[in-house]
Design a protein around this ligand. Structure first.
Ligand code: B12
Ligand code: SF4
Length: 446
């Protein structure tokens, strides 16, 4: 039997074969699935973000990993294969949260993590008895490490992606993770994380956990175990980490360069509405931010706009706060009602969505706002976010912040990361904006 893995792109501009960008991150989901696949099954992989898919490839089963943004395109890709008589399995966050929609487009839909059923699914496929749905369990499988040989000669960024935990104990209204993992957090054993890092042969890592400090005792144990490996890493975590000096100390010692923190909003009412009031009180924000910087750790700050309390001042305050702290990177995102989240349900109840299934709408573009925000038109909200990004990633701002970045972490390597990635994010502001989500597959040879 032969299986073909596919990682779909969000969409491509008309006539565009590839998404132009800096080296893309490796797709950990594909190497994780490959690691569980027995050797007697032949495999191949198309990364739709950087190459054309061969729809006429000789294969028995197509495996597509689907996110909300890639769902529309994934369905079109699935259709092309099914037209050729090939069975297609869809899994990932979107099918997990939207199984009924996904079943309209795939022969088989899987929910949750593949570890629980992957062998059963492959056996069923071999015996022509593929079921319509499979339900995964959400924890880790002991001793399972990604098999990166599936990437072949595709050129990805030097960062190795590694999981240390799955899910999150918090319950923010807009968040897919908490919906998919039902507010639970699953830890991976420290030995497995260390072994994964060793096997990758890499030096620089991105820990993909949504909140790497969700369990502070575990995080301390993990960071201590990373120290002898002498790696450099970045990850994501909540600002609450700054209340724990011991945690920051071992985090830095373990090689943490940059940590992504979701500040989300400068407006407390917005935080309450998001279910994120647990973060910190407003006065504490500056102190905790400075504390993290004082340990020589850079911050990638993210904000979200489109909540009811987002007056003009909130936009400006967020930019001023970001410039004051001279963050390593920022993301000024617009609030998006991802399907399967409490936010999506609320906006439906309040009759604010332009289309309940907005992500499938033809003509929907990256950056479009699919609801009526309070106080702005959807276009104004989208433009305001783009404007903040352009100002933060202005050359003058990059240069000013680079001096501070170097003072905090006096290393030429980190300065290189800072400059190259800030320039990359600057370019991406306009490159990604208005990318047609799930656009037609006009690159398929007729
Ligand atoms: C790394 C990452 C990125 C990287 C991309 C890396 C890459 N090459 O894939 C970068 C930084 C570029 C990125 C960008 C974005 N990301 Co991102 N990203 C992640 C992150 C942190 C880790 C993904 C990962 O590798 N997980 C580890 C793998 C092993 O887990 P997994 O994907 O869940 O796969 C398991 C199961 O789901 C299942 N499974 C998955 N697919 C399939 C398929 C089949 C057939 C089967 C059987 C099983 C199966 O089995 C796997 C093993 O158990 C996740 C959050 C997270 N913790 O997962 C967000 C996440 C996937 N990203 C998200 C978003 C929104 C984005 C952006 C849109 C952000 C933005 N505003 O621009 C962009 C667009 C990405 C795109 N598709 O082009 C959302 C998606 C939400 C949704 N409903 O779809 C997530 C969930 C974050 C969040 N908190 O909401 N991202
Ligand atoms: S803290 Fe982050 S991962 Fe956890 S529920 Fe909130 S947004 Fe989601």
């Amino acid at each position: 039997m032969k299986i073909t893995y596919i990682l779909p792109a969000i969409g491509k501009k008309k006539g565009q074969k590839y998404i132009k960008t800096w080296r893309l991150m490796e797709p950990l989901v594909i190497s994780t699935l490959k690691a569980m696949t027995p050797d007697d099954i032949e495999t191949e992989f198309f990364d739709d973000r950087m190459e054309l898919i061969d729809y006429d490839t000789k294969t028995d089963l197509v495996i597509i990993s689907v996110e909300m943004y890639t769902s529309n395109r994934a369905y079109k890709i699935a259709h092309e294969f099914r037209k050729r008589g090939i069975r297609v399995v869809g899994g990932g966050y979107h099918p997990t949260l939207m199984p009924e929609e996904s079943l309209k487009h795939f022969d088989c839909v899987v929910q949750g993590n593949a570890e629980g059923f992957w062998h059963e699914l492959l056996e069923d496929a071999k015996n022509n008895q593929l079921k319509k749905t499979y339900q995964g369990s959400n924890g880790f499988k002991k001793g399972l490490y990604p098999d990166r040989s599936i990437y072949g000669d595709k050129k990805y960024s030097i960062l190795g992606l590694v999981e240390t935990g799955r899910g999150c104990v918090f319950n923010c209204e807009f968040c897919t993770i908490t919906s998919a993992y039902e507010k639970k957090y699953y830890r991976r054993s420290v030995e497995d994380v260390v072994e994964d890092i060793k096997q990758s042969g890499k030096k620089y890592f991105f820990f993909v956990d949504d909140n790497i400090v969700a369990d502070e005792d575990y995080a301390i144990e993990l960071f201590k175990a990373l120290i002898p490996l002498k790696i450099k890493w970045s990850g994501q975590g909540s600002l609450t980490m700054a209340r724990n000096d011991r945690l920051l100390e071992v985090m830095k010692a373990s090689g943490c360069m940059v940590i992504l923190i979701g500040y989300e909003s400068m407006n407390v009412d917005n935080l309450i509405q998001m279910g994120k009031q647990w973060t910190v009180s407003m006065g504490e924000r500056d102190l905790l931010t400075e504390k993290i910087h004082s340990y020589g750790i850079g911050i990638y700050a993210t904000f979200v706009f489109g909540n009811e309390g987002d007056s003009h001042e909130v936009f400006e305050e967020s930019l001023a706060f970001s410039m004051k702290h001279k963050f390593f990177f920022v993301a000024f995102n617009h609030l998006l009602p991802f399907p399967g989240t409490r936010l999506h349900d609320r906006l439906i109840r309040e009759n604010k969505l332009h289309d309940n299934e907005w992500w499938l709408k033809d003509g929907y573009k990256y950056g479009d706002i699919p609801y009526e925000p309070v106080g702005y038109t959807p276009e104004e909200l989208s433009d305001k976010c783009a404007d903040l990004r352009r100002r933060f990633f202005h050359i003058g701002s990059i240069l000013k912040r680079s001096i501070e970045a170097f003072k905090r972490q006096p290393s030429l390597f980190i300065l290189f990361v800072f400059l190259s990635q800030n320039l990359n994010l600057r370019r991406e502001v306009d490159e990604k904006l208005r990318l047609p989500v799930g656009c037609g597959l006009d690159e398929i040879p007729k």
